[in-house]
Design a protein around this ligand. Structure first.
Ligand SMILES: NC(=O)c1ccc[n+]([C@@H]2O[C@H](COP(=O)([O-])OP(=O)(O)OC[C@H]3O[C@@H](n4cnc5c(N)ncnc54)[C@H](OP(=O)(O)O)[C@@H]3O)[C@@H](O)[C@H]2O)c1
Length: 312
């Protein structure tokens, strides 16, 4: 089968397409024929060696953590051969940009029928990140106010819709050109970081979700209500320290670390069925242009998700 790999840590030239054996399927896993894979900043960071501690020094290393496809071998699971599914592999062994992928059966779920494979592949990683941040860490409730910084990217476009689905009042932060885009996804208030100094706003929020990761808890503390919660996606040193200080104050600082699970994928399945949440796809590439796809992610200008279609 064909598979995208990194042949070492470094630039885009480390990415190659190789012919390799079908993956081995362990107990508790199924084999999926991949139709589309979503790319994420995680793929770029892994290639650049930013997580060497977890990804080790053995090459080649696979690419891609989220996918859509059809069950090729259900093993002992309840899935049927040929059933359409979507999911995300946990951990550091990226491998979804490939014709086949072995996945734990608890990391995938049946795919919403009305979605194309490319649309479905953009949900599992970005969507579960946003859901676990806003619902589980932010405890956003009906009528709560949330500010989403970095609202026009892969995580942000789903975060807006999730916050609205949970009954939140949503303020977004993006570049000026993306203000109407964020509005179209349901934002109640859209703010441009090019025109407005965020820290000078007088409004306060129940949740500040820093998707882009350029505001520390200390910086935005003043934008939080008395019991407000700050959530970041980026594991910098200060958030580790701030999480400890949560013990001694009302305002909380939290780091989201996404984990794929069938319960949360089911949440998306149900919301998509009733049209409450829709994936936003920026660009679709094919396997032979995966370098260009990663280059687009690296630009930090993606408007929604970047997808790689498999040709099978
Ligand atoms: N901890 C976890 O479990 C986890 C999971 C998923 C993602 N993440 C992290 O979350 C971050 C976002 O992921 P993503 O998939 O959403 O990335 P992405 O799709 O690549 O984000 C691109 C977006 O970033 C926005 N942006 C660029 N500069 C900005 C700025 N100065 N202020 C605000 N927004 C800005 C851009 O909007 P404009 O063009 O409008 O500026 C663009 O729409 C990444 O660092 C990723 O590694 C962490």
């Amino acid at each position: 089968m064909k598979k995208a790999i990194n042949d070492g840590y470094g630039g885009l030239d480390q990415i190659e397409i190789i012919e390799t054996e079908l993956p081995k399927v362990s107990s508790g896993e199924v084999l999926v024929k991949v139709r589309a894979a979503g790319l994420n900043p995680k793929d770029v960071l892994v290639r650049k060696g930013k997580f060497k501690r977890f990804t080790g020094s053995k090459f080649p290393q696979g690419i891609g953590f989220e996918f859509s496809g059809v069950i090729e071998d259900p093993k002992n699971s309840d899935f049927q051969k040929g059933e359409s599914v979507f999911g995300m592999v946990n951990g550091w062994n990226g491998r979804c940009v490939a014709e086949y992928v072995n996945v734990k059966e608890k990391e995938l779920y049946k795919m919403p029928a009305q979605l194309s494979f490319e649309a479905a592949a953009g949900i599992p990683l970005a969507g579960q990140t946003a859901l676990q941040a806003i619902r589980d860490l932010g405890h956003l409730r009906n009528g709560d106010k949330i500010m989403i910084n970095g609202a026009s990217g892969g995580v942000g476009t789903l975060a807006i819709q999730i916050a609205k689905a949970l009954g939140g009042e949503v303020a977004t932060v993006s570049s000026t050109k993306n203000l109407p885009f964020c509005k179209s996804l349901g934002a109640d208030q859209t703010i441009s970081y090019q025109e407005t100094k965020l820290l000078e706003l007088s409004a306060t929020f129940d949740v500040f979700f820093d998707v882009f990761g350029n505001y520390s808890f200390r910086k935005v503390e003043g934008l939080l209500k008395t019991n407000g919660i700050y959530i970041t996606t980026v594991p910098k040193a200060d958030i580790i320290k701030e999480q400890f200080f949560n013990l001694f104050r009302k305002k909380k600082a939290k780091l989201v670390v996404v984990r794929s699970n069938e319960k949360d994928l089911k949440w998306f399945y149900e919301k998509i069925e009733v049209n409450q949440v829709q994936p936003v796809i920026d660009q679709v590439f094919n396997l032979s242009t995966i370098q260009a796809a990663q280059k687009h992610i690296e630009s930090k200008r993606a408007k929604g998700k970047v997808i790689v279609m498999m040709s099978n």
